[in-house]
Design a protein around this ligand. Structure first.
Ligand code: GDP
Ligand code: IMO
Ligand code: MG
Length: 421
């Protein structure tokens, strides 16, 4: 058996949560492998709308095991809130959620350091979700971090204090005012709750499941263009968001990766700072934002909007080894007379189809192909054959450019508003 992976191909918020939830019944195990509560994965079904941050999007399926892998960073405060919200919905989380002992902990001071670092950057800020992601991964790679498994150690509180003291010194450097007491109380409550869950070594669990013939779906967070190595650095997150992250974030050998689902919106959005060549700062962009309800699932910030960017998608497909595509939010494009799709960039008169190294400073002007739009309401269509001709043409154009089939088309936020091609 192999591990299938679902990866966001743009700047996050492509609709990963919805598709993981929809695919979950085909799998035995759903596993998150990187990121943390900077993620907001929205699920809608049976009149319920739910946003998950740390917990995998298979949690509403009682038969599926959900795993938080070693590559994830966990804030016990946010984790506790998520668990409470699920228990209120009568989801039996204790039966189908396991957590890697090697996952790193986000401390209250990591969150404060994130805010202090962003404030110090002024207009060059990353636009972080301020969940402490960057500082936590810095402590992980700097070999200072605290891991979930450490909460069982007798000297855990001393280790917490030593790291927090160090952070407080760093906060002195930033001259950043903060109040930690309330956060700290909630944090230790969250730690106590974490202790009541089944803690695992995810690398051994994955190996066991695969050897038993179980099917695993790895759920990416963020998007490929926010990857620490391949995104628009420094306007990125602090983890490897691409397929390779599955191997390090769960302990899976590369040879065990199977299908790679690449998920993208029929247009583009980005929340936070950084380059966005096809961005629309006009009425069309505003239309997309309103129709697509493009406001962050984690922070509520308005998302920047723009036309579909094929060179960026091609780059993401190359990095991830995508075998099938899922096109989301097709319904949001209904009502536009014409649609533009970026097929290349004009950089000072030179036409290129790759992402240049200095993506921050390069003057990348999109080269557009204009395609006919469609006016039909798509939200109750259930068969791909019933999609309007102009949309079928839009999809074929994308497939032709990207050389990967679009297998799933989504026409609304609900689990059921999805069709296979
Ligand atoms: P994720 O982070 O990739 O899981 O995506 P988010 O949940 O942050 O953002 C996607 C948003 O679009 C959520 O509000 C979803 O409910 C919504 N959504 C997902 N698919 C569709 C779709 O096909 N059409 C529309 N209109 N909304 C969708
Ligand atoms: P999901 O999983 C969209 C963005 C932030 C910021 C940058 C760094 O829901 O798709 P960080 O908090 O990681 O230090 O922020 O990355 N970002 C996301 N944008 N969706 C996400 O997650 C994101 N997680 C982080 O807006 O620009
Ligand atoms: Mg999201």
């Amino acid at each position: 058996m192999k591990v299938d992976v679902l990866i966001g191909l743009q700047w996050g918020d492509e609709g990963k949560g919805k598709i993981v939830d929809m695919l979950a019944p085909k799998y035995d195990v759903i596993a998150r492998f990187q990121g943390g509560p900077n993620a907001g994965h929205t699920l809608e079904f049976d009149g319920l709308k739910h946003v998950l941050h740390t917990i995998p999007s298979g949690i509403f399926h009682p038969q599926q095991m959900n795993i938080i892998g070693n590559g994830v960073v966990i804030d016990p405060i946010i984790f506790a809130k998520e668990i409470k919200a699920l228990l209120n919905l009568n989801v039996a989380v204790r039966n189908n959620l396991q957590i890697s002992r090697k996952a790193h902990l986000i401390l209250p001071t990591h969150r404060i350091l994130d805010a202090a670092s962003e404030a110090s950057k002024g207009s060059n800020k990353i636009g972080s979700t301020l969940k402490g992601i960057g500082p936590t991964y810095m402590d992980k790679t700097g070999r200072n971090g605290l891991r979930v498994g450490d909460i069982e150690a007798s000297d855990f509180k001393n280790r917490y204090k030593a790291l927090t003291d160090k952070h407080k010194q760093m906060l002195g450097f930033y001259n950043h005012a903060y109040d930690i007491e309330q956060l700290e109380a909630a944090w230790f409550e969250g730690v106590e709750l974490l202790k009541t869950f089944t803690l695992i070594d995810s690398e051994y669990s994955m190996d066991k499941y695969l050897n038993q013939g179980k099917k695993i779906l790895a759920e990416g967070a963020q998007g490929s263009l926010l990857d620490i190595d391949f995104g628009s650095y420094p306007f990125v997150t602090s983890s490897n968001t691409i397929t390779a992250g599955t191997c390090t974030g769960l302990g899976i050998a590369p040879s065990r990766i199977g299908e790679v689902f690449g998920i993208f919106k029929a247009y583009c959005t980005r929340v936070g700072s950084g380059p966005f060549p096809t961005e629309l700062n006009d009425e069309t962009g505003e239309n997309m934002r309103v129709k697509g309800n493009e406001f962050g699932s984690t922070t509520g910030r308005p998302r920047r909007t723009g036309w579909l960017d094929l060179p960026a998608l091609r780059y993401a497909i190359m990095l991830n080894g995508v075998t099938q595509l899922c096109m989301m939010k097709s319904d949001v494009l209904s009502g536009f007379d014409q649609l533009k799709v970026c097929t290349a960039y004009d950089v000072d008169g030179q036409i290129i189809k790759h992402i240049p190294f200095d993506v921050i400073h390069a003057n990348m002007q999109p080269v557009y192909e204009t395609l006919p739009g469609w006016q039909d309401d798509l939200t109750s269509i259930t068969q791909a054959g019933q999609l309007p001709q102009a949309l079928q043409h839009y999809i074929q154009f994308i497939e032709n450019e990207l050389k990967v089939p679009v297998k799933i088309v989504s026409v609304g936020p609900n689990r059921l508003q999805t069709m296979w091609r």
